[in-house]
Write a protein that binds this ligand. Structure first.
Ligand code: SF4
Length: 422
């Protein structure tokens, strides 16, 4: 007797961002086939309800018991590490190849295929005779284990019974794996999205710690999270002093700049410096946030200290006000790391700045980076940068009490029509 065995193959879990790919190779026993009524129920697994799919899966398993097997199948999984190493297309091929090998082990010994005249058309010695392999899709794989190249059929799971059965087994097996993984990684919500790239899954992948051992690291959305740099909020005191910190910090952080400088007077000068800062952000391609110009509060903050020397008590209050507001912004935005470009200018007291940074960090569980941007020619690099890009560079610190504040008129009217004299 000669057999020609039709094998159907389908895969499950090819597109999700995690887990292994599962393949099933399926055939009916050449001498014992299930009854017609059962065969009529087999169709594309996607068209079946989960319950129906599970029932058919169980029946197919029962029919595969070795002594009286009516159906035979091989299932193989190729895990996410292999997927990341050889890519999903090759991993899928490997899962299918191993499923075929597994199925071949279960096939009864084959006799040679005979022509009508009784002539053998090929040898049965290696057990590969008479296999016709049909695969869902259009991958066009070739397998060394098969004499003949498989036939690829688009929507094959709805057209060929053997592929339908393979797709049911592969998908239910996958569903069972999902439940196992869901118990290991309850935070993933696998029961819902099954690892597919849904909005929910995307939202869950916010940080590196959200990536589990079953995620496919080579997949773009997962890779993007892995390569994501931590966010850092950088307080900006002026455009020139922002240049070096932005350039240096960009190497390791996603820098978000925060402009908060109510200490700058008059408003015209404030606007000029703000414009210079925005130009630097534009050149460096970093996000910027503009804080409020609450100049009235600035004057309240330094009240009584107006005529203390630069780097003295009024400046301490001035740094404190700006750093406190930046720490508040960092906390509001959920950004853990922060620092200030006040660390760039050689005219500022670095140690004082670091102490204040720590003070405001402690209250909010933040981390103030103590970097002396002025080191390693920081100031010189900033001068070169502003010259090259024609960025405005101021010639006094900021407030009307700065040592080198220009102008003879010793009074200034704020935007709210309040007058300050000095
Ligand atoms: S001199 Fe500069 S640092 Fe000191 S209070 Fe005025 S603006 Fe602030």
């Amino acid at each position: 007797m000669s057999y020609k065995i039709k094998i159907g193959i389908d895969e499950a879990w090819r597109w999700p961002w995690l887990g292994p790919v599962v393949a099933c190779a399926f055939c009916f026993h050449p001498e014992r086939r299930p009854n017609k009524a059962f065969l009529q129920e087999l169709t594309d697994s996607k068209k079946l309800s989960e319950k129906k799919r599970e029932t058919l899966y169980q029946e197919l398993i029962n029919m595969s018991v070795w002594e009286n097997a009516q159906v035979l199948f091989g299932v193989w999984v190729v895990d996410n590490f292999v997927i990341d190493t050889i890519n999903i297309r090759q991993a899928n091929k490997e899962a299918m190849r191993r499923a075929i090998v597994e199925l071949q082990r279960k096939l009864p010994p084959l006799t040679p295929l005979l022509t009508k005249e009784g002539k053998a058309i090929s040898s049965a010695a290696d057990g590969r005779v008479g296999l016709e392999v049909l695969i869902d899709g259009k991958d066009n794989y070739k397998f060394d284990e098969l004499e003949k190249k498989p036939v690829f059929i688009i929507w094959g799971d709805a057209k060929v019974l053997e592929i339908s059965a393979a797709s049911i087994i592969a998908k239910v097996f996958r569903d069972k794996l999902i439940l196992t993984y869901a118990s290991l990684y309850p935070q993933l919500g696998l029961e819902g999205h099954k690892g597919y790239g849904t909005k929910k899954h995307q939202e869950q992948l916010q940080e590196k710690k959200d990536i589990t051992g079953i995620h496919r690291l080579s997949y773009k959305p997962v890779k993007a999270v892995l390569e994501q740099k931590p966010k850092l909020l950088l307080h900006i005191c002026c455009g020139p002093d922002a240049t070096v910190p932005i350039m240096d910090l960009k190497q390791d952080y996603e820098v978000i700049c925060f402009w908060y400088d109510p200490n700058i007077q008059p408003k015209k000068e404030y606007d000029k410096r703000l414009k210079a800062f925005k130009r630097v952000c534009e050149i460096e391609g970093v996000e910027c946030i503009e804080g409020e110009y609450d100049v009235e509060n600035f004057f309240k903050k330094i009240k009584g200290l107006e005529h203390t020397p630069e780097k003295g008590d009024k400046c301490t209050e001035c740094y404190d006000m700006r750093l406190e507001r930046t720490a508040y912004e960092a906390e509001k935005l959920g950004i853990h790391y922060w620092t200030s470009t006040l660390n760039t200018s050689p005219h500022k007291d670095l140690e004082k700045m670091f102490r204040l940074g720590d003070k405001h960090s402690m209250k909010k569980n933040l981390e103030f980076l103590k970097i002396a941007f002025r080191k390693n020619n920081g100031f010189l690099r900033s001068v070169e940068y502003t010259t090259k890009h024609n960025i405005y560079r101021q010639n006094y610190c900021g407030c009307v009490y700065s040592d080198t504040f220009p102008g003879n008129e010793k009074k200034w009217i704020s935007p709210n029509k309040k007058t300050w004299a000095w």
